[in-house]
Design a binder for this molecule. Structure first.
Ligand code: TXA
Ligand code: MG
Length: 328
């Protein structure tokens, strides 16, 4: 399919624009859609050619399973089996930044390519009216990975999507900056209980308070893991130094809390008050900005509590050495 250049960017809150986006999706096209976490690149989950076009547009060298987005618990349950423990989380946190991985139901309309051939499927009901409006219009689930070229920083504004994917997709719906700014927390519903596959915008503490017990994390070499959780990811072009309590004149400093990067080439504040939710919301857009400002970035230490777990995870991946093997 030939893609429009320049890439149209339309207001996500106008119903007529959702109608136009739905028409594109029905014919197998690709639309970037704002969600509360990051912008997703949506396609009809039941159309294998449309799903293949997602991999092509992102330049993913191999197939990595996608999240099927839904607009109700009922639609989620038409796609996957969920245990009572998983349903308790679904009831507490949907719509919201929680993705549940369950066994695919026989007869589910989601194409095999969406699940990359696995017998499990990731599902999420986002708190995002444009996305759920499109799902309702098509009356089908939409798969949506983050709307960035493979391995790059996830987009939290429409302009980030245009930077990365112009010429490769059909339309961007603009909903302004994403409220949370970090991807959803992914939890696998396994026979041995719930396992966190990817820390994300819903903190472990918040989840455990509802589950009323501790939840394991999948280790690096755990039998079950998110195939997309590669070491190098969210990668800026610049070199990134972590846990930096000072900064050199050749470094752009990503500050968190009182030390503001005196002596640095420039300083950007994740959160001047040390607020983790604010830092999460700013993380990807400031990483992008820092990347444009210099060749070296130094990031302040971030506590590992609450959303700090996910922020530290993304920073560690952004700082990891890159090898071909690691390219998602
Ligand atoms: O917040 C989000 O989750 C965003 C928005 C757009 O909803 N989406 C997102 O999708 O982050 P993506 O494709 O960038 O990341 C999905 C992750 C990948 O690491 C993938 O390997 C994992 O989910 N995943 C998907 N299906 C899986 C499955 N069946 N089992 C294990 N991991 C799975
Ligand atoms: Mg992604």
């Amino acid at each position: 399919m030939s893609r429009p250049a320049p890439l149209p960017v339309l207001d996500a809150s106008a119903p007529a624009n959702l109608d136009r986006a739905a028409a594109i999706l029905r014919t197998g096209g690709l639309v970037a859609v704002p969600t509360e976490t990051v912008y997703g690149l949506a396609a009809d989950a039941t159309n294998a050619r449309a799903v293949a076009a997602i991999y092509e547009a992102k330049g993913r060298p191999r197939f990595n399973p996608l999240i099927a987005h839904v607009d109700s618990q009922e639609r989620a349950l038409s796609l996957v089996e969920l245990s009572d423990a998983a349903l308790t989380l679904a009831r507490a946190f949907w719509p919201g930044p929680l993705t549940l991985v369950g066994r695919r139901k026989a007869g589910s309309p989601v194409c095999d390519l969406s699940a990359a051939g696995l017998d499990t499927l990731a599902v999420r009901w986002p708190d995002a009216p444009a996305m759920t409006g499109l799902i309702a219009r098509l009356d089908r689930p939409l798969v949506a990975p983050s709307a960035n070229p493979s391995g790059a920083i996830s987009p939290t504004e429409a302009a980030h999507v245009v930077d990365g994917l112009a010429g490769r997709i059909d339309l961007v719906l603009d909903g302004g900056p994403c409220a949370l700014g970090l991807e959803s927390t992914i939890i696998a519903d396994t026979s041995e209980g719930l396992v966190i596959l990817r820390p994300g915008a819903l903190s472990r503490e918040t989840i455990e308070a509802v589950a009323a017990k501790p939840i394991r994390s999948a280790g690096k070499d755990a039998a079950i893991s998110a195939p997309g959780m590669l070491t190098s990811h969210y990668a800026p072009d610049a070199q990134l130094r972590l846990n930096a309590t000072d900064a050199g004149a050749d470094e752009v400093y990503l500050a968190f809390g009182p030390y503001r990067g005196i002596g640095a080439k420039a300083a950007l504040d994740l959160s001047s008050t040390g607020d983790l939710a604010e830092a999460a919301a700013n993380l990807f857009s400031l990483l992008r900005k820092a990347d444009q400002m210099g060749d070296r970035i130094a990031a302040a230490p971030i506590p590992f509590t609450g959303l700090g777990e996910a922020i530290n995870d993304r920073l560690a991946r952004a700082a990891a050495p890159r090898s071909l093997e690691d390219t998602p």
